[in-house]
Design a protein around this ligand. Structure first.
Ligand code: ATP
Ligand code: MG
Length: 261
């Protein structure tokens, strides 16, 4: 059975999408079968995986409205296939912004992604969901179907503050809607060890959250930032870059983690 993870943090620009696409590519590289779901109307994870969001005929929006199944709506990226790092992509574009409103009155709205994934569950080891920068209906939909949440965070002064809202939301979803849900871990991203404050916040995180903090640390690395403009994850764009190596390590850490879940 596939393990389902949301990559979430309501703060914008903290590295959710970079984490989602590079973890997906890293997992594919070490032989895992992955479905990547873009749950953000910005469609960055879609574009960053080499799929043009503007030309997509079916997206997660159609799956949420039950107009299409995942088997019908998922696509592959030629660039990822060519690199030998392929994963399936359920894309998103602006259409998804409307889902927020359209889903307000429908039944089982928080269960729709879960039901859709169940139909393809046996085809994957991992399902990774890239969430938008909010604790909106879309993020809730993601949390309702997930086994765990991966929280990318920068080791900055206000990082811990934002975490409280997210942790409370996860607790509520766990209590009311999805008893499977747990925080799998906090992933330190864009890390620069030369900055003392980052080291201090990193230590605080470890003291406070213990083994919920992943061992792998993702360094700040410009190659990861350059990769999206080529329509591939950094892991594919420049496999030997420090950031890419770290994401493949993180993929291996995730494979180990799910053995204990
Ligand atoms: P949003 O909240 O808008 O969805 P996000 O949390 O998905 O944003 P990303 O888009 O992944 O964040 O990253 C924000 C910016 O930081 C991007 O320009 C990305 O290329 C860059 N970035 C992410 N991780 C790294 C890293 N480890 N090193 C250098 N740049 C990074
Ligand atoms: Mg994003």
């Amino acid at each position: 059975m596939a393990k389902i993870f949301c990559v979430a943090n309501q703060k914008g620009g903290v590295g959710k999408t970079t984490t989602t696409v590079n973890l997906a590519a890293g997992l594919a590289k070490i032989g895992q079968r992955v479905l990547m779901i873009d749950l953000d109307p910005q469609g960055n994870a879609t574009m960053g995986s080499g799929v043009d969001k503007r030309t997509l005929e079916l997206t997660i929006y159609d799956v949420l409205l039950e107009n299409a199944s995942i088997a019908e709506a998922r696509v592959k990226s030629d660039k990822l296939i060519a690199a030998g790092c392929s994963f399936d992509i359920l894309g998103a574009n602006r259409d998804l912004a409307g889902a927020e409103v359209e889903l307000v009155d429908v039944e089982r709205r928080e269960k729709r992604i879960k039901t859709a994934i169940e139909a393809v569950d046996s085809e994957y080891d991992f399902v990774l969901i890239d969430c938008p920068p909010s604790l909106s209906m879309l993020t809730l939909n993601g949390l309702c179907c997930a086994n765990g949440v991966i929280v990318p965070m920068q080791c900055e002064y206000f990082a811990l503050e934002g975490l409280t809202d997210l942790v409370n939301t996860i607790k509520q979803v766990h209590a009311n809607l999805n008893p499977d849900l747990q925080i799998i871990g906090l992933l330190r991203v864009m890390f620069d060890p030369r900055i003392t404050l980052q080291q201090q916040v990193s230590e605080q995180l470890k003291n406070h959250f213990g083994n919920k903090v992943f061992n792998t640390v993702i360094p700040r690395n410009v190659r990861l930032a350059e990769a999206p403009s080529y329509g591939v994850p950094g892991v594919v764009f420049d496999p030997s870059a420090r950031g890419s190596v770290a994401f493949v390590e993180f993929a291996a850490e995730m494979v180990e983690r799910i053995k204990t879940m």
